[in-house]
Design a protein around this ligand. Structure first.
Ligand SMILES: Cc1cc2nc3c(=O)[nH]c(=O)nc-3n(C[C@H](O)[C@H](O)[C@H](O)COP(=O)(O)OP(=O)(O)OC[C@H]3O[C@@H](n4cnc5c(N)ncnc54)[C@H](O)[C@@H]3O)c2cc1C
Length: 471
């Protein structure tokens, strides 16, 4: 969320004293709630090693693991390896895109900047490159990506495969900057594609869920390195809702986090500047989150008190400003694990939908404490992009990894669906093939391209079978 909040938010303010007085009655419940989820066995009965995603919600015991160091080696793996063959980036997706008992394939050995053109700010990078490594590599040649997501741990191919995005006025998701790709197919072919060459493959496989083949390299349309002013400010939520149409046109990048049960939101903006560098300090997001959790732990039984204490403490926090190159400021560390649902809605539905979600959570789920994140993403033309043909407002709802997230499906998702939202491919949802067919105008065409590239369905695990074929 930025570094606005600090432990002083709760401790040393009198809140702790009131909380301790109330704590006795809820201590038992919180003890039960604060237990580490069970870790699956590190090996299965056949000695196959555990793979787990970032949040811990998905795991698998792949029969084979492959880490090719070049395209020839990769093509050999694709021809011979047992299916389902599942590419993995950095395992940061929440959905079961990666789990396989067949072959788990990483491009960790195929990463880095291949080529760049100073005149056009274009660069070609290998599919396994992590965004965190790409930032400094591009900066060294005077370039930066047009935008970045909240974290930079993802591989470039993994980010593109799920429609990973940041936020910004007229700015597309990461795959919007991809102008050409190389894909190794499960039949052992290597295909180059762009808007002119193999255009159908380019449109269908750009946001490809790792189900069309393995992306070995992408050419990105970047921009010259810029310095930005990042501003983090707490404001009354109602004021931010009212101001949102202005905010999202006034700033290059703007997003806000709604803090439930506080009537407050954190607004984060990034704008190009020539002010001198004022580097970011240590991240205090963990303290902020744990402060919100503590407030929930103590005052879940009395939302009015929780709201009043939060509002009075949060009101004391000043706005914060940082100045640096964009790639150093746009992404953050996320040491506190969580699970997440995120949908992309027509932009006009953004505020009506968050109003409904906030009201429903505050009415029915007083245990929720994680902030909800709202961003804007420009339309693009990739067939499976959640932003296909429409500018979107996204809403992301989170749950602490130790706590249940059933309210994603009972409360939040029905609201998203009523507003014709499309789910983020890397985040939790309950949709199947028949639902997607109604949400994506080029769904059938994308399915045909997928079948052409993977006629025997060797890249489909159970989850992807539900997405593409069976649901
Ligand atoms: C803490 C956290 C913060 C996040 N923040 C954001 C955010 O700000 N914005 C946002 O949009 N999303 C966000 N996400 C979601 C994340 O960006 C996506 O799930 C992304 O796909 C993860 O990239 P990865 O490299 O970990 O890919 P993985 O999760 O490992 O894989 C994702 C998909 O990519 C495929 N894939 C991987 N490599 C290849 C390849 N070489 N060729 C073809 N397919 C491949 C996989 O098969 C799979 O289908 C966040 C997730 C977490 C956990």
């Amino acid at each position: 969320m930025g570094k606005l909040t600090r432990r002083a938010f709760l401790v040393g303010s009198g809140v702790a004293g009131v909380g301790l007085a109330a704590a006795g009655g809820v201590a038992g419940r919180n003890y039960m709630r604060d237990r580490e989820p069970a870790l699956p066995p590190l090996q299965d009965a056949d000695g196959r090693l555990l793979w787990r995603n970032w949040s811990g919600i998905e795991h698998a015991y792949p029969g084979q693991r492959a880490a090719p160091r070049g395209e020839d080696e990769l093509l050999a793996v694709l021809r011979d390896a047992p299916g389902p063959i599942r590419p993995v980036g950095s395992g940061h997706s929440f959905t079961a895109l990666v789990p396989t008992d067949g072959t788990l394939l990483t491009l960790d050995g195929m990463s880095g900047l291949v080529d760049h053109d100073p005149a056009t700010s274009r660069a070609t990078v290998l599919g396994g490159t992590r965004l965190a490594d790409l930032g400094p590599a591009l900066a060294a040649v005077g370039q930066e990506m047009v935008n970045l997501p909240d974290i930079n741990k993802q591989s470039i191919a993994g980010a593109i495969a799920t429609g990973t995005h940041g936020t910004g006025r007229g700015i597309q998701a990461v795959h919007g900057s991809v102008i050409a790709m190389r894909i190794a197919t499960p039949t052992g072919e290597l295909i180059e594609c762009d808007h002119e060459t193999n255009a159908d493959i380019f449109h269908a496989a750009r946001v490809g869920l790792g189900a069309f083949g393995v992306v070995t390299a992408v050419t990105l349309q970047n921009q010259p390195l810029t310095r930005v002013l990042k501003r983090v400010e707490l404001r009354p939520t109602e004021e931010v809702f009212e101001d949102w149409p202005t905010l999202r046109t006034r700033h290059r990048n703007v997003e806000f986090y709604v803090l439930p049960f506080t009537d407050r939101s954190v607004v984060i903006t990034h704008d190009v500047t020539d002010l001198p560098v004022r580097p970011r300090g240590p991240d205090t997001d963990v303290e902020a989150l744990m402060g919100l959790k503590q407030l929930r732990d103590w005052f879940e039984f009395a939302p009015w008190l929780r709201r009043r204490l939060a509002a009075s403490e949060l009101a004391k926090l000043p706005a914060e400003e940082t100045v640096d190159e964009g790639w150093k400021l746009l992404s953050n560390e996320r040491p506190v694990r969580f699970n997440e649902i995120e949908y992309h809605l027509p932009i006009e539905a953004h505020i009506p939908a968050i109003r409904e979600i906030l009201a429903a959570i505050e009415k029915y789920r007083k245990d929720v404490f994680f902030p909800m994140e709202l961003r804007v993403i420009a339309a693009d033309d990739a067939w499976l992009s959640p932003f296909h043909g429409r500018e979107c407002g996204s809403i992301a709802v989170h749950a602490y990894y130790k706590e249940d997230h059933d309210f994603f499906f009972s409360i939040v998702e029905p609201i998203f669906r009523r507003y014709e939202g499309r789910p983020h491919w890397g985040k939790l949802h309950s949709l199947k093939a028949r639902d997607f067919a109604g949400l994506y105008p080029r769904w059938k065409d994308a399915g045909e391209v997928r079948r052409m590239l993977d006629p025997d369905g060797r890249m489909l695990n159970d989850y992807l079978t539900g997405v593409f074929l069976d649901g």
